[in-house]
Design a binder for this molecule. Structure first.
Ligand code: FCB
Length: 443
């Protein structure tokens, strides 16, 4: 049965955040992360900004969660370096206590807690040892997961091992845009394989403790070729493997996609095939992050992967990302057909950065309202096609530290004045809240 808003009973409306982007890493005894090391290098992060203060959510989480009145669910992450300041070894009890209070506060407001164990805040001490390129990271991560889940696992609605492994690896070790900022195919290959193993290790450990509802959050882009030429079609196939298949295929099928394997094979560890069984252990749900689409063009004269992107005439966000809601249905449909089948799928992130301005205490962000509506229409279409979409989390609850872009890009439903920490809900916030409330009351 669907309710008047066209969503099935039990469909979750939520908002998402991540620890380093909002908490204020300077507080509560957290250790430095690789983003602190990265931001200290000139030119890596806009204005050299960090998550040191961010939204001061560490002190303001109660008020921030009050804002989620009427929503069903909240997606958040725990910070590895907050709980283990050196990445391993002594625990920062204050950090664990914080997450304990946070989870109780989420539940006290009738919200379901959806946890992500890794949203990019690798402790700097471990990054110094090679971070995701060091094979020991698999156990380091497993130990960290055990510690977190030992404290808050009893209250989780769902648990994701990692957020967007593509960004953790390709964007960070191959393109160099994110910390640690390398451009190295050897390091990239190692990081991809180790991230996948860390996912498998975390699953195995959490299952052994009886933890339920485990998944992973992957990011996807809708792609199309610049032309029907063989070269552009091949380039699109290659980028599809890199962008869309590099993680979902190993996780579901235990294999690497072809064009990626060709490039990676010489750099994979000996007997890597033996790891694919743990990597493809069953999960319970899939998280889909969707923001944009791209048009791919062959660029044979450039280094691997010999391709680029052409600018389209689609409207763009403050990030210069194309706005293409139809791509969300395409991705959901493809995932259902090829990998997920009837498995529950959550839209774990979808959102838009805009240069929001406050006038007389009001933020009219109609473009964001429209973005949310058009993407939710695609979710409805997916549900109508029998795709098992169980919820939609807008990215993000608050304007926050947008990684290499610092505080310039605003994705929030709630405006944050980073000088005063004043929160001001935008029109889009009231819009999504009323959808959530309406959907719940009429189910
Ligand atoms: C995703 C990240 C999230 C945020 C949004 C805009 O790739 O998961 O932290 O940066 O993009």
């Amino acid at each position: 049965m669907t309710n008047r808003k066209g969503f099935p009973d039990g469909f979750l409306f939520g908002a998402a955040t991540s620890a380093y982007q909002i908490e204020g890493h300077a507080y509560g005894g957290a250790g430095p992360t690789l983003w602190d090391s990265f931001a200290a290098k000139p030119g890596k992060v806009v204005n050299g900004e960090t998550g040191a203060i961010a939204c001061d959510h560490y002190h303001r989480f109660e008020q921030d969660l009050d804002l989620l009145k009427g929503f069903d669910a909240y997606r958040f992450s725990t910070s590895w370096a907050r709980v283990l300041p050196d990445g391993k070894g002594p625990i920062n009890q204050q950090g664990l206590d914080f997450y304990d209070r946070l989870v109780d506060a989420i539940l006290a407001r009738g919200l379901q807690p959806h946890l992500t164990l890794y949203h990019w805040d690798m402790p700097a001490a471990l990054d110094d040892l090679g971070g995701w390129t060091n094979p020991d990271v698999v156990n380091w991560f497993g130990d960290y997961c055990d510690i977190i889940m030992g404290r808050i696992g009893d209250r989780m609605a769902s648990v994701a091992t990692l957020n967007e492994p593509w960004c953790v690896t390709y964007l960070s070790y191959f393109l160099g845009h994110h910390a640690p900022g390398l451009r190295d195919i050897f390091a990239t290959t190692k990081s991809v394989h180790n991230v996948l193993k860390a996912h498998g290790e975390a699953l195995a450990r959490l299952r052994s403790h009886g933890q339920k509802n485990l998944g992973i959050v992957l990011n996807f882009e809708a792609l199309k070729p610049a032309s029907q030429s063989g070269a552009d079609l091949n380039a699109t196939r290659c980028y599809d493997a890199i962008m869309n298949r590099m993680f979902v295929q190993p996780v579901f099928s235990g294999t690497y996609p072809e064009p990626v394997l060709d490039a990676f094979a010489p750099h994979l560890p000996a007997n890597w095939q033996d790891d694919m069984a743990m990597i493809s252990a069953p999960i319970d749900w899939l998280g889909v992050n969707y923001y944009t689409c791209k048009t791919v063009v062959a660029e044979p004269a450039t280094p691997w992967p010999h391709l680029g992107f052409i600018s389209s005439d689609q409207p763009k966000t403050q990030m210069e990302w194309d706005i293409c809601p139809e791509g969300l249905f395409e991705i959901l449909h493809w995932l259902q057909q090829e990998f997920a089948g009837a498995m529950p799928v959550f839209i774990t992130e979808n959102g838009i950065a805009l240069a929001d301005t406050i006038k007389d205490g009001i933020i009219e962000d109609q473009t964001r309202v429209c973005f949310i509506n058009t993407h939710l229409q695609q979710v409805q279409k997916a549900i109508d096609h029998g795709i098992n979409v169980k919820g939609y989390f807008y990215w993000s609850l608050l304007d926050n530290f947008e990684w290499a872009f610092g505080y310039e890009k605003r994705f929030g439903l709630i405006h944050v004045d980073f000088e005063t920490q004043k929160r001001t809900p935008k029109s889009s916030f009231y819009h999504l809240q009323s959808l959530a409330t309406g959907a719940k009351n009429t189910g």
